[in-house]
Ligand binder design. Sequence first.
Ligand SMILES: Nc1nc2c(c(=O)[nH]1)N[C@H]1C(S)=C(S)[C@@H](COP(=O)(O)O)O[C@H]1N2
Ligand SMILES: [Mo]
Length: 238
Amino acid sequence: MINRRNFIAQGWSALLIALQTWRPRKAAAEVDYFTGTEYVGKTRAGRYRDFYINYWKTMRRIDAERWTLQVGGLCEQPGSFRLEDLRALPQKTQTSRLKCVECWSAKAQWTGFHFSELERRVKPLPNATGALFHCGDEYLEFADLKSLRHPRSLFAYEMDGEPLTDEHGFPLRLVVPFKYGYKNPKAILKVEFVEEAQPGTWSRIGPYSTDGTILPGHDHPLDRGKIRRRIFGGEIRD
Ligand SMILES: Nc1nc2c(c(=O)[nH]1)N[C@H]1C(S)=C(S)[C@@H](COP(=O)(O)O)O[C@H]1N2
Ligand SMILES: [Mo]
């Protein structure tokens, strides 16, 4: 029976439900990692002649104070990590070459931590086969667990002994030297463990494989005057 009091009570509970569902969404929207400054998209100019810059969209500067690495999806212990938490993990340094499908490559020394450190803390569930990387410029990439666990893969927060610049992916990027550059997401905001592999941003746009393993062919290293040389597939070791 609907009488006036019931009607009003129902009205209030509808309003309460609306408020409850509305509030978390507003809270999520309030998480803003960025400062207002727009700064860079893609450049091959100036000091970037030795290590080109690729960003899918014009990237906004990430605020180091507000940023945390969100780790979620199919894992037992989702969480978020501040940059100082990540810097406190056992450190690893390696020199490796980044090879873009556009045919240039460039070499740097990267410092960061291995995926095993993250894996130990968040514990991916047995049905997770890999992770999606959500980036500051809305770039999206997928990495399977085998690649993440590979000894040459690295979560890097330093490049050539300095914190990553905004251009090169501050605060954190994934280095997977045996895969093309597009499988090396920069400015990572969130790692989401998922069941199924999926194509990332470039593989959806262009004729690039979802797997992204470097194929035999040619390379034009920027540090060797772009002189064409043959490569044999997988990581380029020099
Ligand atoms: N967030 C984000 N990461 C990204 C890209 C991008 O567009 N956005 N481009 C990828 C590609 S195609 C390459 S070749 C490398 C280039 O890294 P660099 O800009 O440090 O040279 O970044 C990769 N990571
Ligand atoms: Mo690339």
